[in-house]
Design a binder for this molecule. Structure first.
Ligand code: CP
Ligand code: NVA
Length: 310
């Protein structure tokens, strides 16, 4: 059974194949309008979502199938009355593919272990691979290639999106540079940095982590940021985090240190005046809605691939 748990355990060739399919799906959506005819996707959510829910659901509808939205807040699984293993074994008897947005990555691994249908990571505390497939598709559309480009990520380094950018970028020969405050609480996980250094050495890319935002962004082709207040962060931490991350805000001064034609990205949701200024996210270098749109195309490609529908 093949799953999408993390780009960490997908080969560069597998990532490339999905990106190629995502391009085809975007160019010719009608060619796939019956590819998931009468198939059902189960969407398990422990956290909120706009893009992930809508793009998966619309994607299944557009391919002739159906999606079930299931929030664990009102479920035996969420209340602890039923184990993850029993829940997913039962669910696997009803549906053809599952996506899950969970707090703990270990819970997703448990799901994948017991599921008898493919399982897709729709965001955990470890990673957010669907987002990064869409992002890589968007970068390639704007730049024509991925290998050799410098992607600078600014802000919360100990973060699912950061980790997935590092996995995807390092596997495809990009130079990923993370600018985040010093300390384990704000930096990419050390084991993930080590893995990505290995992937980069095989692909001709590189991975760097610094607490100097100017060094991180210098000469970058892509400048990327994500929320300082990810869904799982308690609101009472906001003031301290804003103080900590403020030097990493992507504003016009920081953008000016990247390449003149650098693109700006944010997986969204975004807060203007926090991780980036309004003039950057609403300015001419921003491609945030193109990357959001690609969630639809990239996830269709993931579903088709995992379900053997192509
Ligand atoms: N980028 C992203 O995953 O957005 P949602 O939280 O709205 O799904
Ligand atoms: N890092 C963010 C991503 C949101 C799509 C979070 O986990 O909330």
């Amino acid at each position: 059974m093949k799953h999408l748990i993390s780009l960490q355990n997908w080969s560069p060739e597998e990532i490339r194949e999905v990106l190629n399919l995502a391009k085809q799906v975007k160019e010719q959506p009608q060619a796939y309008q019956d590819a998931m005819h009468r198939k059902t996707l189960l969407m398990i959510f422990e956290k909120p979502s706009l893009r992930t829910r809508l793009s998966f659901e619309a994607g299944m509808t557009q391919m002739g199938g159906n999606a079930i939205y299931y929030h664990t807040g009102n479920s035996p699984m969420g209340s602890g009355k039923e184990s993850i293993s029993d829940s997913i074994r039962a669910a696997s008897r009803f549906v053809d593919v599952v996506m899950a947005r969970l707090f703990k990555h270990e819970d997703l691994l448990e799901m994948a272990r017991f599921a008898t249908v493919p399982v897709i990571n729709a965001l955990t505390d470890h990673s957010h691979p669907c987002q990064i497939l869409a992002d890589l598709q968007a970068i390639e559309e704007k730049r024509g290639s991925l290998a050799g480009l410098k992607l600078a990520y600014l802000g919360d380094g100990c973060n699912n999106v950061t980790h997935s950018l590092m996995f995807g970028g390092s596997k495809l020969g990009m130079h990923v540079s993370v600018g985040s405050p010093a300390g384990a609480e704000f930096s990419p996980r050390a084991d993930i940095v080590a893995d990505c250094e290995r992937f980069a050495s095989e692909s001709g890319g590189s991975v760097a982590v610094t607490d100097d935002p100017a060094a991180a962004v210098a000469d970058a082709d892509v400048v990327y940021t994500d929320s300082w207040m990810s869904y799982h962060i308690p609101r009472e931490q906001m003031e301290a985090r804003v103080e900590k991350f403020r030097p990493y805000q992507v504003n016009s001064a920081l953008m000016a240190q990247a390449k003149a034609d650098a693109i700006f990205m944010n997986c969204l949701p975004a807060m203007r005046g926090y991780e980036q200024t309004a003039e950057v996210i609403d300015g001419p270098q921003s491609i945030v809605f193109d990357q959001a749109e690609n969630r639809l195309h990239a996830q269709k490609a993931v579903i088709l691939t995992l379900c053997g529908a192509v």
